[in-house]
Design a protein around this ligand. Sequence first.
Ligand SMILES: Cc1cc2nc3c(=O)[nH]c(=O)nc-3n(C[C@H](O)[C@H](O)[C@H](O)COP(=O)(O)O)c2cc1C
Length: 185
Amino acid sequence: MNTVIELLQKRASSPKLDAPAPTDEEVEQILRCGLRAPDHGRLKPWRFHIVQGAQLAELGHLFADIAKERGESDAKVEKSRNMPLRAPLMIVATCHPYENSKIPVTEQILAVGAAIQNMQVAISSLGYSSIWRTGECAYEEKVKRAFDVPEQGEIVGFLYIGTPTITNHAPEVELDGYVKQWIKP
Ligand SMILES: Cc1cc2nc3c(=O)[nH]c(=O)nc-3n(C[C@H](O)[C@H](O)[C@H](O)COP(=O)(O)O)c2cc1C
């Protein structure tokens, strides 16, 4: 098995991430891997926002304000506030779709998803880990606006990045039930 195949089959998400985060040089390499994702029409519908340091807490305040406005319990408000603090670095990947293109918006969102996956693999290859999250906040207008997402755009993922506090092992990959030879009906 070559190292790329092994890495892809062993990659696992890590919900709990701590410092150290990738260095600025490593973040640049990670982003370059994201930008080589397949992209129909080479439209580059993606935008990546790096959130770190004090800005993680600022994002937490925004999440908490939204939870408050929704009338959530104090516990849920505090949980929302702490969400961005689950990792020392976040890359927020958004889709700015070209609506007058013949490439469907769904395909443009898929391209951003492929970019996230490329970054996750790059992150693992550098010895760090990550988790791709969305959650209610990803669909909130206020959060979308905070990341300059246009009306028809989407937050495709909050990619939390850092060093895993516990090693997560990938489950055994099972092909049975998911793969078969197609035969024309
Ligand atoms: C579009 C998308 C959104 C996701 N949102 C969340 C989320 O909000 N919270 C979460 O715990 N996992 C979320 N996940 C799943 C995790 O990223 C991860 O894949 C899952 O925990 C399984 O772990 P694994 O990648 O190690 O198999 C999301 C995955 C995708 C593709």
